[in-house]
Design a protein around this ligand. Sequence first.
Ligand code: AMP
Ligand code: ZN
Length: 534
Amino acid sequence: MTLRLYNTLTRQKEEFKPLDPANVRMYVCGPTVYDFAHIGNARPVIVFDVLYRLLRHLYGENHVTYVRNITDVDDKINARALRDFPNLPLNDAIAKVTEKTANQFQADVKALGCLEPTVQPRATDNIDGMKEMISTLIKNGHAYEAAGEVLFNVAAMRDYGKLSGRKLEDQQAGARVAVEAHKKNPGDFVLWKLSSADEPGWDSPWGRGRPGWHIECSAMSSRYLGEVFDIHGGGLDLIFPHHENEIAQSRCCFGTDVMAKVWMHNGFLQVEGKKMSKSDGNFVTINELLGTESFGGQRWSGYVLRMAMLATHYTQPIDWTIRSLEQFASELTSIGKTLSVASVGSHSTFYSGILPTPNTKVLEMLLDDLNTPGAIAEVRNLHNSARDGNVAASVDLLHTCEFLGLLRGDRLGALYPFHVRTGPKMASTAVNRLLDRLQVSFLNSDQVEVESVTKQLLDHGTIATILPTGSVTYEVHDEKGFDRSKVVRLIEDRLVARHAKNWKESDRIRDELDAMGIAIKDHKDGTTSWEVKR
Ligand code: AMP
Ligand code: ZN
């Protein structure tokens, strides 16, 4: 099994050979946390999540280190803090902006089916490492102080510009030299700049200041992955200047030939044929797609968004359209339905905790520079066999979808909602709509929304409970006064016992419920509903 990846540095597809197969190391540039992440930002997160999953499959779960940073020091963050919290001291305002945005980002990408990276370092926790690197660069003649800044001296690096293919002479030609007279070369970039009293800053040998953007990633990647590591990724727009400058800093600081062996870049996403821009009104955040009815008048499941992302090869541009989302939503629902009917939910790797193994042909596609559209074509073939009643194909399909992060077998019920909702027949339209929302927010792992909708249901006198499978059971409140939370806990315990094939325990729990006046019913998809016996 050979993994081949396109390397921006060498401009060709190459066989991937890790520096150390016992610790394969990957770094991906993460978000600057000043505002909601838009759907374009989700692309590198999803693409490199698939690569992370593939590397774990090839080298073992505990033999891959994936680092994705959080940039929490940036002039855009300062501006946002001043705008949103004008009455707070700046540092407190900044902390509020970054904490809220970072939490939102984590919730968004979780809903997109992404695994957590091994480490998510924050820039502000790594200022010392940055200062050390800057000192070394000054000492070895690669950086200099001028007009309140420490600048990297591009002319002192023999092969600056290798990644982007830009030559120093080209950059000099059109540059506005007059504006930046303190620079030795117009291509010189900031490593450290002084902060005014009302800007965030850290003490340093060059005065109280803050780091430039590029040095953050050099410091964080070397701290967690070493001076040279395997893969560095990000969007196409980062090749120049960000990645070029990361390479310059790290190589000149550590005296190495490369920073990372393989450099990978995802193409751009545009919306309905146009570049995403706030003023054109086609700018859409991950959160809006998941949480409101803004794009095509619908809320979309994170899994649908993920499938839409993976249906195009990562190096190509994507056109993000409502039509394609509708197509993927119906396709995923259909897969969920096939798996429900085949009753293979209990094979979900979410019960065993074992990494899912993808179908061989899907794996072959991924090994060829992450050919995800090819992988999805194979998923469709597999779905056809599963639909013909082939149980082995159904299990293979389930594990493959779980491997790709396209669904959770333990929540099949939520993909196929009306099959598993139980409660009084005559719920009002308002209650029904809230129950829909409850199921969707559970599927999207949106805990805040789950709690808010649960409260709204209570206002309608309706107590709703979500079982671990994603099924919703509800009851209209009456004065009978039995211990509802006990019922739910017993049903969950019984589900766990059934998944472990512990029939004795599952029967015992059924009897206990029966004695409490609760009748239960097991459904084909592995879920259980209950009602008070009349
Ligand atoms: P930023 O916060 O702008 O630095 O972007 C974070 C990540 O998202 C970077 O890897 C960018 O290259 C990537 N990115 C930003 N906009 C898009 C887009 N429209 N399509 C694909 N990737 C994008
Ligand atoms: Zn970076």
